[in-house]
Design a protein around this ligand. Structure first.
Ligand code: ADP
Ligand code: MG
Length: 243
């Protein structure tokens, strides 16, 4: 990897009463990329996100962000360092505008000097919401509400965005719009870790795929490489006979 990794996961494990939800997983993420984590239900994708964001403490292993160990840190301290998670945070406030909702993200998040107004506008622009800035959140469609969650996460000035199934329940048009937003976020320099079930979208938008199966990392490579991997086809994509 040419640039130093923004995120480094080393021999990470998490057991729940003997069930190995994450089993000795190691990988490093290049800055400015979109990496998708795929795998069947129960593979450990959300647990991995919970370990990175500090909602869960690992049984073993370390997580480093920009070289700094963050394992075991409180979630708010990890957020202050510049990691944001979308789609698990509190719902938007319905009776205030899009801009006011995004401004809340700009008031919190990463430590350091900030220009709250500029950060709010940037969050809305990257999430393709600038034209709806003055609309009440309660008047947004389901797809637009998802964009609002992304805008709030980006407004925290995070350098790493974790998105857990941003396209779940969206129609094909809304899914395409969300994928465009993720691309815009990558173009702005923010690194994205994505968990998403919509495989055409994942194949199209990802620079790299990590495949989890029963807590283990069974493949790691470009979408093209991973799609050809026999272990992945067997574990996740289904055998040709079965489909
Ligand atoms: P995914 O997001 O890939 O569908 P999860 O990370 O949610 O998978 O779950 C991985 C495994 O860990 C599953 O078997 C799940 O039941 C178990 N698990 C997840 N969270 C907990 C928890 N808080 N307590 C006990 N078991 C859990
Ligand atoms: Mg999950």
């Amino acid at each position: 990897m040419s640039a130093p990794a923004i995120l480094q996961v080393e021999h990470l494990s998490k057991s729940f009463r003997g069930l190995k939800a994450i089993a000795d997983v190691s990988f490093a993420i290049a800055p400015g990329s979109i990496t998708s984590i795929i795998g069947p239900n129960g593979a450990g994708k959300s647990t991995l996100f919970n370990l990175i964001t500090g909602y869960l403490a690992p049984t073993a292993g370390t997580v480093r962000f920009n070289g700094r160990p963050i394992t075991g840190m409180a979630t708010n301290r990890i957020a202050e360092l510049g990691i944001a998670r979308a789609f698990q945070i509190a719902r938007p406030f319905r009776d205030i505008s899009v801009r006011e909702n995004v401004r809340i993200g700009a008031l919190f998040g990463k430590k350091g000097l900030r220009d709250v107004e500029a950060t709010t506008e940037r969050g809305m622009k990257l999430a393709s919401l600038a034209h709806l800035a003055d609309r009440r959140a309660s008047a947004l469609t389901v797809g637009q509400l998802r964009h609002l969650e992304v805008a709030r996460a980006i407004a925290t000035r995070a350098d790493l965005l974790l998105a857990d199934e941003p396209c779940a329940g969206l129609n094909p048009t809304e899914t395409a719009a969300m994928i465009d937003v993720l691309r815009q976020i990558r173009s702005s320099g923010v690194t994205v870790l994505l968990v998403e079930h919509d495989m055409p979208s994942v194949m199209e938008v990802s620079d790299r795929l990590l495949v989890l199966d029963a807590g283990m990392l069974i493949a790691d490579g470009s979408p093209h490489e991973v799609a050809k991997d026999a272990k992945v086809i067997a574990a996740y994509l289904g055998t040709p006979e079965a489909s």
